[in-house]
Unconditional design. Structure first.
Ligand code: TXE
Length: 471
């Protein structure tokens, strides 16, 4: 049985839709709800509403700050309902969904504390020269299905604080929590400031091509990111792309596994591996290879996998049917090429998109699951003899999101981590973002930054204010 859930929010109100599309619960593979499919005319309306709301919204940063703080409170008050929707449409265990809702509120609070810098370059009796950061207008925010609420807030929190208005389009796989967010915030944000629409993939393309938005802020795949860049480029609109990664973790020979095996495991398996900043491949000294594989395989076998609504479940299903198919294909390819599954290696019986947490050994670079982003609960563990060679292999990719080095010697690890070609390097941690630090993608992992002050400035245009005195 399917039920119709939340409507789109345009100009602070419901917009009736004649077309809908089904939303699956990945734990059952069944459609459990219908979401509105935004028509081209309704997209125009949403962008018009955002344009109309811009002049007033841009005028008062104090009001914007208060509104974002109120939005954070409203989200926290409604956390249980949002988290339940998130688990139903995305699959993550309910406690993790609650964590994502908390992060969503935290991103809005974080944005509310930021200030738009004003840099006075010169101020004397002849002239005053100042750099300002002004809002751009309407921002299109396009989000993926792995963390729909948190990634949306990361975008619209900064965009709104900077004085822009937003049209948010979530992934067609996980539209419901974002639609619910739009409804919840209707009386917290002025009408038109945050519009939430949903639809199949062509809606994303129409939004990116539309002449109204002056920035597209996109998180998703490299392939789609390139399409967004081309569409935005044709109109000279600005764009921010947060794309995938193939993060390498390098373990050094002195690591205490008793202390760090859990960190390595969850660095890879967080959100069922469906995180841009998860460990996607692990390089281990050959002398410690068996020990590491065994420690990780033990953990993979003992993790409780199941429907995220059930208590005690630690890993849910893959979030989408295509992602489930992709993970199966990549694992089958590795096994056919001679890799061994030290744990898992197969889908789990029954309904839903469940894949056994998998540790792959006896494989090297050149195998697809090592070279490509698997985005699933599978970690290839690759032995190395020379740490310089491990570093070279970690860097031999078009991705450049994050990396990590694990060692008892923080200084030695830090020196190596500095040479990883990526936006963030961790030592003895992975997938551990800091609120104040931006997300940065090198190479094909992204263009621009998100989060913190460095993520706020891209939502502005720099302006020079030059006042000449005394002539
Ligand atoms: O992403 P898409 P998909 C990676 C991961 C995964 C792969 C595919 O490897 O296997 O991407 O996932 C909208 N113009 N990541 O196919 O297509 C779409 O509706 C504008 C990494 O779901 O990139 C959705 O809202 N928008 C990533 C959003 O783009 C378009 C997180 C992302 O969809 C569009 C998720 C178009 N032409 C997947 N076509 C990360 N960076 O963490 C689609 N969209």
């Amino acid at each position: 049985m399917t039920q119709h859930l939340d409507q789109m929010t345009v100009n602070g109100k419901d917009v009736p839709t004649s077309d809908t599309f089904g939303v699956e619960n990945p734990a059952t593979g069944q459609i459990f709800a219908q979401a509105p499919d935004c028509s081209p005319a309704q997209l125009d309306d949403a962008l018009q509403a955002a344009s109309d709301a811009f002049p007033l919204w841009r005028a008062d940063i104090g009001a914007r700050r208060s509104a974002l703080l109120a939005a954070a409170v409203r989200i926290e008050e409604s956390a249980e309902g949002l988290a339940t929707l998130l688990t139903l449409e995305q699959g993550k265990p309910l406690p993790d969904a609650r964590g994502e809702v908390g992060l969503t509120a935290m991103f809005l609070r974080g944005a509310a504390t930021l200030d738009l810098p004003r840099e006075v370059i010169r101020d004397d009796d002849k002239e005053r020269l100042e750099l300002l950061h002004q809002p751009m207008g309407v921002v299109a925010a396009i989000t993926p299905w792995n963390a729909p609420l948190a990634l949306a807030a990361l975008k619209f929190g900064s965009a709104l604080l900077a004085g822009n208005t937003v049209v948010l389009k979530p992934s067609p796989f996980t539209p419901l929590s974002s639609l619910a967010l739009g409804v919840l915030l209707r009386d917290v944000l002025p009408p038109g400031v945050l519009n939430v629409i949903s639809g199949r993939d062509p809606l994303g393309a129409r939004l990116a091509e539309h002449p109204v938005p002056r920035r597209v802020s996109f998180t998703g795949s490299v392939a789609t990111g390139k399409r967004v860049a081309a569409a935005a480029g044709a109109d000279l609109k600005r764009f921010t792309l947060e794309l995938g990664g193939n993060d390498a973790a390098i373990m050094l020979d002195d690591l205490d596994l008793d202390v760090h095996a859990d960190g390595l495991f969850w660095g890879a398996f967080v959100n069922c591996g469906q995180v841009c900043m998860a460990i996607k491949r692990l390089y281990v000294p050959r002398s410690r290879y068996t020990e590491v594989v065994d420690a990780l395989a033990d953990r993979a076998r003992s993790v409780k996998v199941g429907d995220g609504m059930l208590p005690g479940v630690q890993l849910g299903p893959l979030a989408t049917a295509p992602q489930f198919a992709r993970v199966q294909e990549l694992v089958a390819d590795a096994l056919a090429g001679g890799a061994t599954a030290a744990a898992g290696g197969r889908r789990l019986d029954g309904d839903g998109y469940f894949f056994a947490p998998t540790i792959l050994k006896d494989l090297a670079d050149g195998v697809r699951i090592v070279d490509e982003e698997q985005f699933g609960p599978v970690l290839p563990v690759i032995p190395y003899d020379d740490v310089e060679d491990a570093l070279a292999r970690a860097n031999a990719t078009q991705f450049g999101l994050n990396g990590s080095v694990w060692s008892a010697d923080a200084e030695r690890a830090t020196a190596l981590a500095a040479r990883l070609e990526c936006g963030t390097s961790w030592v003895n941690a992975h997938a551990a973002p800091a609120m104040e630090a931006p997300l940065v993608g090198h190479k094909w992992s992204g263009v621009g930054t998100e989060g913190g002050l460095a993520g706020l400035l891209p939502f502005t245009e720099t302006k020079v204010m030059h006042v000449v005195r005394g002539r």
